[in-house]
Design a protein around this ligand. Structure first.
Ligand SMILES: NC(=O)c1ccc[n+]([C@@H]2O[C@H](COP(=O)([O-])OP(=O)(O)OC[C@H]3O[C@@H](n4cnc5c(N)ncnc54)[C@H](OP(=O)(O)O)[C@@H]3O)[C@@H](O)[C@H]2O)c1
Length: 282
């Protein structure tokens, strides 16, 4: 993890996304430990309030934030998210005192559909704040935020759209195939191994586009998301994956490349919606 962090920082990737529910505190604790090596203003922290894991206290949002601050070893979060929409009118107002106190610098919503984003924005707006970022599942195989008008909404208001699972947990990285499936027994194997035969034409195309520019399949999948206006949040598990991110940020994809990739993704005809996600269409 130290090696990944050092390489990422040297390349200018300094926003770290986590959540209290990732490993029930473990992800935040490990991240907090690793980031001790940098000055606090040299990196940005993104973590989340998960309504589904809320305590039954007076202010479960403030309480979950305090736990995150302690685990991350900091006194403020740069970007704090409502992780999943549960009851937008109930949870969104809890962000306002956190913004006022400075413990949270900016707020965003994740996995909210357009009507829920608009409601959250209205609630924050009444207190002089606003939804400052969106974080949704967005990949070649899962373009619901585009279809539901969320990316247009973000673009027209200058709101950054953060895309997660751009590589579909590795299934679009090109290294897994029916002959070399994802490690058995993992939840990602359960989700993706049955789809790998349908994904082959797409991952082959990602690799061939990459080859022309000295890049690899995952770099092209990431470059595609950037070309569509998203800021990818990539699950980097190995130091050399940072090289791929650097290549992805400097690649150019033609409109033909984009159209061909999207046609192959559509032809794969798979649904990679996570169990925690709802339909984005209004
Ligand atoms: N808001 C939400 O509800 C939500 C939900 C899910 C995720 N997220 C955020 O999004 C982040 C990323 O999600 P994710 O890790 O599940 O999915 P991902 O980024 O689509 O996939 C990550 C996997 O892709 C492979 N990979 C990454 N870079 C690669 C490269 N350059 N070359 C080859 N393989 C590469 C790795 O697999 P191997 O390790 O097998 O090589 C890695 O485990 C999470 O850490 C989290 O911060 C948010």
């Amino acid at each position: 993890m130290e090696e990944v962090a050092d390489k990422a920082h040297a390349a200018g990737f300094t926003l770290w996304d986590t959540a209290l529910v990732y490993g029930m505190g473990r992800s935040e604790a490990v991240l907090g430990e690793v980031l001790k090596r940098y000055a606090r203003d040299d990196y940005r922290l993104s973590t989340k309030f998960t309504p589904q894991a809320a305590a039954t206290s007076d202010d479960p949002v403030a309480d979950m934030l305090e736990q995150s601050l302690a685990r991350l070893g900091t006194d403020y979060i740069d970007l704090y998210w409502i992780h999943n929409p549960a009851d937008v009118a109930r949870w969104t107002p809890h962000l306002i005192p956190l913004l006022r106190s400075g413990k949270v610098k900016h707020v965003g919503v994740s996995n909210h559909k357009l009507s829920e984003i608009e409601l959250a924005n209205q609630i924050l707006g009444e207190a002089g704040f606003r939804v400052e970022a969106i974080q949704n599942h967005y990949s070649l195989l899962y373009r619901s935020s585009e279809d539901a008008g969320i990316m247009d909404y973000c673009r027209s208001r200058g709101i950054p759209f953060f895309a997660y699972m751009v590589l579909e947990q590795g299934a679009l990285a090109g290294k897994y195939s029916p002959e070399n499936p994802l490690p058995e027994g993992s939840s990602r194997a359960e989700t993706y191994n049955g789809m790998l035969p349908q994904l082959k034409a797409l991952t082959d195309k990602l690799a061939s586009i990459g080859q022309k520019q000295g890049a690899a399949a995952p770099d092209v999948a990431t470059a595609w998301a950037i070309a569509k206006g998203a800021t990818p949040i990539i699950g980097v598990t190995k130091p050399n994956y940072i090289d791929g991110l650097v290549r992805a940020t400097s690649m150019t994809l033609s409109s033909d490349d984009i159209a061909e990739l999207e046609a192959l993704a559509d032809a794969a005809n798979v649904n990679t919606r996570g169990w925690w996600e709802k339909e984005m269409q209004v």
